[in-house]
Write a protein that binds this ligand. Structure first.
Ligand code: KG4
Ligand code: ZN
Length: 331
């Protein structure tokens, strides 16, 4: 049995996990920094980097201990090397380098987006390449054609905000605190999704891209008007966002050779209404639908370890110990 240690520290979750090549998660720990960032209404990079530096080393020791695995027995150490907040990424990558050197095992510098893109295959052994992927997180909103490990074709992206960002900003406008996505989802359950007229930016446009900035501004105007209940605004926002992604996805998939599966990943994929709508969309088009369990949608280290396994299985080379952290790193 081969085991990869995964490390994630690109935003505000500090995480370490041990994943076996048969997809078993042998051990995993995750520490959110929500409380540290909440007073600022968003992630503060300096606070995030310090928190990663304090927490990561004991966390890695704990997962190795939990699973009874020795450093030298690992097949590889895989760490997010970007894109993300550079201080945090450096903490994780430097830790991985030290461990790889000490254990004399290969180092794998993983693109965080590749971790999200391959995470559905960790949860679903039957999910074969190629598949269409909607990647919706706090920093990214893309449709990708995943042709194989390391072979990603971007079909659509956002021209302004990411979808998770739109959820977070809506939460801020409605005073729901941080992080916003889950709070908006909870409040939306009590609201009427048809109560507030909100725009669907780019709906029907020829290019398959996304835009959410106008939707966010309309949410602000609706709230400031004082005419709508927060729950109705949350529900109407969520519905407008879903209408946009379904329309944009239709357009993105129309331009490519047919695929058999539609997959959703990234933090917003934890949203039950988003998942249900995409499942319906997939069914109507005769596509199999796959979404990782919510805990694998938001940032975690198991997906990074799994991306490491995928790279090893594909015969890809390990990275040199002087590999750099990259704040920007498109797939
Ligand atoms: O993938 P992720 O954990 O981190 C990034 O790589 O960005 O995604 C975090 C984003 C945040 O914007 C958060 O508000 C959103 O995912 N999110 C959700 C839900 N859970 C997390 N958005 C909507 N509904 C949710 N249940
Ligand atoms: Zn992420």
């Amino acid at each position: 049995m081969g085991v990869v240690l995964g490390i994630e520290s690109s935003c505000d979750e500090t995480a370490a996990a041990l994943v076996a090549d048969d997809r078993t998660i042998l051990a995993q720990r995750i520490a959110s920094q929500d409380e540290a960032h909440a007073p600022y209404g968003g992630v503060v990079p300096e606070i995030a980097a310090r928190a990663h530096a304090e927490r990561l080393a004991p966390m890695i020791a704990a997962v190795l201990d939990d699973a009874g695995v020795a450093l030298g027995d690992l097949d590889a150490v895989a760490a997010t090397a970007g894109p993300g907040l550079i201080g945090g990424v450096m903490v994780g990558l430097v830790s991985a380098k030290a461990l790889a050197m000490a254990g004399e095992v290969p180092l794998l510098a993983i693109n965080h987006l590749e971790g999200h893109a391959l995470s559905p295959r960790l949860a679903d052994p039957d999910l074969a390449f190629p598949y269409a992927l909607l990647l919706v997180s706090g920093g990214h909103c893309q449709v990708l054609l995943v042709e194989g490990v390391g072979r990603y074709r971007r079909l659509a992206t956002t021209i302004d905000d990411a979808l998770g960002e739109a959820f977070d900003k809506t939460a801020k406008i409605l005073g729901l605190g941080f992080p916003g996505g889950p709070a908006v989802e909870r409040l939306a359950r009590e609201g009427d999704r048809a109560a507030v007229p909100l725009p669907r930016p780019l709906l029907g446009s020829a290019e398959p891209h996304f835009s959410f900035a106008g939707l966010k501004s309309a949410v602000l105007r609706a709230h400031e008007s004082g005419r709508y209940a927060p729950a109705d605004i949350a529900a109407s926002f969520q519905q407008a966002a879903i209408d946009c992604i379904v329309d944009r996805l239709t357009r993105a998939l129309d331009g490519i050779a047919p695929v058999r599966s539609l997959v959703v990943a990234g933090g917003v994929a934890a949203n039950a209404s988003v998942r249900a709508s995409l499942e319906g969309f997939a069914e109507a088009r005769g596509l199999a639908f796959s979404a990782p369990p919510p805990a694998l949608c938001t940032d975690n280290a198991a997906m990074i370890a799994w991306a490491g396994h995928e790279r090893l299985a594909a015969g890809m080379e390990a990275d040199p110990l002087d590999v750099s952290a990259r704040p920007r790193w498109p797939l």
